[in-house]
Design a protein around this ligand. Structure first.
Ligand SMILES: [Zn+2]
Length: 241
């Protein structure tokens, strides 16, 4: 079965002083049976050196299991689709990483341009901000596909995210680090089509996170959607070989 990990960090982290190597990701994939791996840079690395996007793309060209995502820089450049990225990562834009959103970003004139260009490009973006910021952002969009990591855990209470976006078809969620009970509440409320398996390495492990999804009390067809089909649909499965 095709299993795609939709959320891992690759390379060095300036703020954490650690590195997730290609070998480590491939070792965990081998150990758990994951067939493809979405990779994006650590925020601190991307902010320190924008060239990390190019390096990450180069590594994905070398390692066929890797699916590269583009770190959206603070200049709010959209994903350069022609280069071979399959998605993007938006992380506390001009805010305080992992703790508070910068609401000025929502009034930035560049934002409308960014949203328009991104809707045209039509690739998903893993989007991490506080709930109120995310709600305001989503209100500005029509078809922008965003994936809220760990079911909103860092931006607020997952259940509040669930209530806010239950009827918003272009908002997806990944399962990384969320409890099985939380994942089940989401599936019961919005179905399985908008849920994606992710590990958030190095904060989670592929093996543990995959076992969590495999042991959910749902049918195999639903698991297959969460483990690969939903993401393939989002990024265009025919693009991946
Ligand atoms: Zn992450």
């Amino acid at each position: 079965m095709e299993i795609i990990d939709s959320h891992t960090h690759w390379g060095s982290s300036v703020s954490m002083g650690t590195e997730v190597t290609t070998q480590e990701l491939l070792r965990q994939a081998e150990q758990s049976g994951v067939t493809q791996i979405v990779i994006f840079p650590f925020p601190s690395m991307a902010l320190a050196n924008e060239k990390i996007n190019e390096r990450l793309l180069g590594e994905a060209n070398r390692i066929k299991k890797f699916i590269p995502y583009y770190y959206i820089p603070e200049a709010m450049k959209p994903i350069p689709k022609e280069k071979g990225f399959y998605g993007g990562k938006w992380h506390w834009m001009r805010g305080i990483q992992d703790s508070s959103s910068n609401y000025e970003t929502l009034n930035n004139p560049q934002l409308a341009e960014f949203i328009e260009a991104s809707e045209e490009i039509d690739l998903p973006i893993v989007f991490e901000e506080e709930l109120a910021f995310t709600e305001a952002f989503v209100r500005k969009t029509k078809s922008f596909k965003i994936i809220i990591p760990h079911m909103g855990m860092l931006g607020g209470n997952p259940i509040d995210f669930l209530h806010s976006f239950k009827s918003t078809e272009n908002v997806y969620f990944d399962t990384a680090l969320a409890s099985p009970d939380t994942v089940m509440r989401f599936i019961e409320k919005i179905g399985h089509e908008r849920i994606l398996f992710g590990s958030d390495i190095p904060f989670g492990t592929m093996k543990w996170e995959l076992e969590k999804v495999l042991s959910l009390p749902i049918g195999d067809d639903k698991k297959e959607s969460i483990l690969s089909k939903n993401l393939e649909r989002l990024i265009g499965s025919n693009q991946i070989i």
